[in-house]
Design a protein around this ligand. Sequence first.
Ligand code: GDP
Ligand code: MG
Length: 438
Amino acid sequence: NLGDRFKDIFKKVRGQGKLTESNMKDALREVRLALLEADVNYSVAKNFVSRIREKALGEEVISGVNPTQQFVKIVNDELVKVLGGTNVALKKAEKGMTVVMLCGLQGAGKTTFSGKLAKFLKSKGEKPFLIGADVYRPAAKKQLKVLAQQVKVGSFTIDESTDALKIVQEGIKAAKDENATYVIIDTAGRLHIDEELMKELHDIKDNVKPDEILLVVDGMTGQDAVNVAKSFNEELDITGVVLTKLDGDTRGGAALSVKEVAGKPIKFISEGEKLDDVSAFHPDRLASRILGMGDVVSLVEKAQEAIDEKEAKKMEEKFRKNQFDFEDFLKQFKMIRKMGSIAGIMKMIPGVDTSMIDMGMAEKEMKKVEAIIYSMTVEERRNPKLLKAGTRKGRIAKGSGVQVNDVNKLIKQFEQMKQMMKMFNSGAIPGLGMMKGR
Ligand code: GDP
Ligand code: MG
């Protein structure tokens, strides 16, 4: 099982003073093998490992935690990322009834999931309604009706009809008559994807324009589930995936590959045959379950926060005393990098119209500035006054592959920034409080 494998790997990393290319080599190889054995898609596993390597090597050592713990945190964060980042909730139509169409191969768990989703929604105060449009298996309509009765929600089908579209259209009318807030359409599956199935699904999709098209896939089938998801998405442009039978799948390969390969989020997971065995999908919870290392992760997070806070306080002090130098500038840069790209950060700031900013340009500028500072000697960074000498500027420009003019510009901007910070600190400009901290 993937969790046990990871624990073994972490045990081996333990005792390392610092994460380096050489002492991580074995661990990284084993991570990759563990992922492949868990039936994770090959390129997903490869990318996963290379991102961990990059992050682990760039990471500064945090006091209060050991490198193993830091490594666990990095693996955890990467797991969360491949699993989709955050929970993507089921959509709710802005007005009127929300239409959810289910599709998938035979036996994936569509009909069972219809009942589960109905129960899930009902517990959230919604009024779901079920439509049985699997016209190929006579038992399917009956199965859905029984589920609806168990959950105590309305349902519709036409027993003698094999016209799926007609059943759906009339079913939607019936749902509206009952003032349902959600309507869940159970469709037919096949053993394999074929044209007939896709045509039927397309017809329903084009006709009722569902708010959600959820593909139900059997998690136990591993890579096959991922390939099915990819094909269905290419054909139908689905809005999300439901992974079933995770109770029988201890490997987790499908969950780890689906988002990256099919590009659509997992919205629900099902872990048993009973109506309650369903839950909204939360990447962080599954990651923590796979690793079984939730405590370590939160420990590192806390240490990280403490460091950032300490760092921010130190920075603040320096601003106040006007001792801010290029080394601090570089540190700030690294902090920003840790938060992601400039484009990403700008988009998070409310009120900033990012359409007016050339993001590519901004990133390029930032890289240039970074290169210039890296080309300074430590003395120069700590004592920017030294930079008045033309020979130094020439050397730095050469070293960073820019014009002397660019170096001049940076020094000028740096002085302006210090000036501005002085004003902030003297209270001339209110609101600096908001910029402090993380
Ligand atoms: P459909 O053909 O896609 O509609 O699939 P069904 O809903 O009829 O389910 C097929 C079989 O899988 C049934 O025996 C279900 O009880 C079973 N099943 C569905 N979901 C799960 C699950 O999460 N765990 C397990 N163990 N069985 C499941
Ligand atoms: Mg069915």
